[in-house]
Design a protein around this ligand. Structure first.
Ligand code: Q9C
Ligand code: ZN
Length: 342
């Protein structure tokens, strides 16, 4: 399986994440992908390629222009305002306030374009986010040209980013861009299967009213975990997109038996819907030892999950999302890819 990877992910490494009232070293850190690379090589998955230059076309189609220009200049604007530290959102529009008036001040803009304050922006964030989506785009082109599958080793991840908000360690929604590109390259119906522990709120929101892209997510129930305010089972799509959104929220302690039942149901629904291409948001934070999650999957379960996904026999792009038990992230990620190939 071909892999796309860019060293430019290292340009995004904030010093701090707000967690439990403290600033800690971010869970989403560069070493995560080093573990994946090491494991890929151990398993002789060595077709590792630098991506082609980013194509802003599908990104501009899908995302808000004001959001993109905000991300591009946020660091310079923040520094020009005399801010000493990294960009962290402190003021967000809340109930009773204006949700659609964009402040001029950069501190206000940060609140407008952010949905979760754990995620800091630093000098290299924009460049790293572009390199991440470039990996996803190259993987999509490889599959659109006839390969069965490709793996985009994206960092930073993408599935929490909406058309106009960052958060949950995500800035540009890589999986959504791949889905859009599959539509442009001739797939009439594209499914996004999100197996990251967290609900893929960004991907859901981007495609919520579209009948041509189905979004299916297995995740921790929103009553119990981030992103808290979205990801319920009754979110089924809107307008022409009604029926093309499917959520499987599951409670703390969920193990592979229940999780695999949800996966099988999800796969059956994607197949019945008639998807012609598949994007997998590949987070491995459903793992039992993940420090910020509460499912109980074992490493071998990821192999089995990959096998079930592979039985769909769809052209597939995997986009790396979360996974924070860093020594196990490599094994678990590669297990999905190896199961898929069986
Ligand atoms: N105290 C992804 O897996 N909440 N993002 C962290 C830590 C945010 C996860 C709480 C989790 C975001 C791509
Ligand atoms: Zn996650």
């Amino acid at each position: 399986m071909r892999i796309y990877y860019s060293e430019d992910h290292r340009l995004h490494f904030p010093q701090a994440e707000l967690s439990g009232g403290q600033f800690v070293t971010p869970f989403e850190r560069p070493s995560r992908v080093e573990y994946v690379l090491t494991r890929l090589r151990e398993r002789s998955l060595t077709d590792i390629n630098a991506p082609a230059a980013v194509d802003m076309g599908p990104i501009r189609t899908l995302l808000d222009p004001g959001y993109l220009s905000f991300l591009e200049t946020a660091w310079d604007d923040w520094k020009a305002e005399g801010m000493a530290g990294e960009i962290i959102a402190a003021n967000v529009p809340a109930r009773g306030m204006h949700m659609d008036r964009i402040p001029q001040n950069i501190d206000g803009k940060v609140g407008y374009y952010c949905h979760a304050s754990e995620t800091a922006i630093t000098r290299g964030t924009w460049a790293a986010a572009l390199s991440s989506v470039a990996c996803a785009q190259s993987a999509q082109r490889h599959v659109a040209a006839g390969a069965d599958a490709a793996f985009a080793l994206c960092r930073p991840p993408g599935h929490h980013a909406t058309a106009d908000q960052y958060g949950g360690y995500c800035f540009i929604n890589n999986a959504a861009v791949v889905a859009e590109m599959f539509r442009n390259s001739g797939a009439a119906r594209v499914a996004v299967l999100d197996i990251d522990f967290h609900h893929g709120n960004g991907t859901q929101t981007i495609f919520y009213d579209r009948p041509d892209v189905m979004f299916v997510s297995l995740h921790g129930a929103p009553q119990e975990t981030y992103p808290y305010f979205i990801g319920y089972a009754d979110e089924k799509g809107a307008g022409a997109g009604e029926g093309a959104n499917l959520n499987y929220p599951m409670t703390a302690g969920t193990g592979y038996d229940l999780w695999a039942q949800a996966l099988d149901d999800a796969i059956a629904r994607i197949t019945a819907w008639g998807a012609q291409a598949l994007v997998v948001s590949l987070g491995v934070d459903a793992y039992k030892d993940d420090p910020i999650s509460f499912f109980k999957l074992e490493s071998d379960d990821f192999t089995d999950a990959g096998r079930r996904i592979g039985r769909m026999r769809l052209p597939t792009v995997f986009c790396m999302e979360g996974g924070y038990a860093i020594e196990a992230v490599g094994v678990n990620t590669v297990n999905v890819l190896e199961g898929f190939k069986d």
